[in-house]
Ligand binder design. Sequence first.
Ligand code: FNR
Length: 201
Amino acid sequence: MTAPRIVTLVGGISQNSLNRKLYLALKDLVGSKAEFIFADIASLPFFSKDLENDPPDSVVEYKDQIRWANGILFVTPEYNRSIPGVLKNAIDWGTRPYPDNLWENKPVATIGASTGNTGTFGAQNHLRQILSYLNMYVLNQPEFYMNGSKAFDEDDKLIDKKTRDHLIKMWDAFEVLIQSHTSTSKNQLPHDVENSTWVQH
Ligand code: FNR
């Protein structure tokens, strides 16, 4: 089984983002079983039709990363019961110029942490609606919602073993989904990641 190539979009762009910590915790648990690229969605301009046919380098590189991936991971905060605008903007860039939908037929998983007890259910619920529309293969179960307020220790490790175990369970199911859909995933671009500037953290 070849290691899946995962592009991760984290919707929290602040320095101490809980969702960034959650992503790093998952990456740590998965280890060398996958190649991870962290998409720098904060560097993307707001989508505009004026830019779509001659986009800036940040967009070109981001779109190459999506093509390269055979699995997409969304790690989303909840903003007012939905996803942050920065994440929606990144999703929209992957669908233009029409009819290029780079997300199509890609396996995708969603996880998230918030400071509320609904643990990003509202955000992920909205997100899954979008991903289905984009014709992605959405991992239905296990779902992963978390109140992240007290979830991490001073080294940003997940404190609770049950939470870590659940994250691994989600990953195992995602890996199976990826393996079963890789051959139908379009737009795969061979890319020498080791020698690229793509951020692998
Ligand atoms: C929030 N937060 C929040 N939390 C929640 O559980 N449900 C919600 O609807 C919202 N809404 C919301 C809106 C806005 C504009 C902000 C800034 C915050 C709190 C949110 O969960 C918390 O700030 C997380 O720490 C955000 O994730 P990151 O940035 O730490 O990854």
